[in-house]
Design a protein around this ligand. Structure first.
Ligand code: ZN
Length: 320
């Protein structure tokens, strides 16, 4: 990477607002471990470089980011009717600007290596949503795509499915079975609905995998692997899945986008612009938050800063 091509975060945010085709340059090469040439956040521990290792019993849940979502550029993305810029306003008040989130994925290791979510892929959505870091961050843990035995998808939005297939629709996880919510398959793939639709090449890749019986559709609570349980998390999308990992009496829940940020614990009326059913999404959040408050379990989200886990203690969030 040429350091001269790097900009400060603030410069990049300004550039993104003022240029017509903003964002970093990419090689659209799905085998390139570092396809992003000029991402201002390549080494940002809050977003693109967010990696971590959480011990659950005798096992490990890894956090691996694929990139960033610059919420600062879409300030009304997350908030309440009374405070539509709630997230951006709160992050700005805390001083860690610009307001941004990682595009996260997780790896549950054990008898099988399961990737939870598949990032945005090596591309830029107008400089607002940028992926491409998944291979590099997996490599940091000694993992390649060929090591992944299963991919458990929380939902079929583009920032969770980007590496499932290349632009030709060729599946990229050559050894993996794909797990996802049956109602998401019905809504996005069969009925082709959604204001944020499935990318055509991802749809082609998923259909090709389904033809080979490599897609498993899930409903309700379902055990999908050793210490890995799918839970219903509908609302953000019709078939949104949460994934609970457990070992030795300890557990953690990966919320996907059922909870966008830890602030939604206390700001329960914050909704995301991408929530398909905001009322059900809020009900789902409240249900699991009550449970977490009762049992002290750990929670993680695909867009939590730094992809860090936390606990609910007396109604407040505490990073683990
Ligand atoms: Zn998302």
């Amino acid at each position: 990477m040429n350091p001269e091509h790097r900009m400060s975060a603030a410069d990049q945010a300004t550039a993104d607002r003022t240029t017509e085709e903003p964002g970093p340059d990419f090689h659209i090469d799905y085998s390139d471990p570092e396809p992003v040439l000029r991402s201002p956040y390549s080494d940002d521990p809050v977003t693109a470089r967010a990696t971590g290792s959480l011990t659950v019993g005798s096992r490990t849940l890894l956090s691996v980011s694929d990139g960033y979502f610059l919420v600062d550029l879409v300030p009304d993305f997350l908030g309440s009717p009374a405070a539509p810029h709630g997230f951006v306003d709160q992050v700005s008040a805390d001083g860690d600007t610009p307001a941004r989130m990682p595009v996260g994925a997780f790896v549950w290791t054990g008898n099988k290596t399961v990737l939870i979510d598949a990032g945005f892929g090596p591309r830029s959505g107008a400089g607002i949503l940028v992926g491409g870091e998944l291979r590099r961050n997996l490599a940091g843990f000694g993992l390649t795509f060929a090591d992944i035995d299963a991919v458990a998808i929380t939902h079929l939005h583009p920032d969770h499915t980007g590496w499932l297939a290349d632009t030709a629709g060729t599946p990229l996880f050559e050894n993996a079975q794909i797990f996802l919510g049956a109602k998401d398959w019905e809504y996005f793939i069969v009925e082709e609905r959604g204001t944020i639709p499935v990318d055509p090449h991802i749809r082609a890749g998923l259909l090709a995998l389904a033809d080979k019986d490599r897609v498993t559709l899930l409903d309700g609570e379902a055990v999908i692997g050793d210490g890995l349980v799918r839970l219903d998390g509908s609302g953000h999308t019709p078939g949104h899945s949460l994934y609970m990992v457990e070992d030795g009496g300890e557990r953690a829940i990966v919320f996907g986008d059922a909870m966008y940020c830890p602030q939604q614990l206390t700001e329960t009326d914050w909704v995301a612009a991408s929530d398909i059913d905001p009322v059900l999404a809020q009900r789902t959040r409240e249900r699991y938050l009550r449970e977490l408050d009762d049992n002290g379990g750990l929670a993680l989200g695909c867009h939590f800063p730094g992809l860090k886990a936390g606990r609910v203690l007396s109604g407040a969030w505490e990073t683990a």
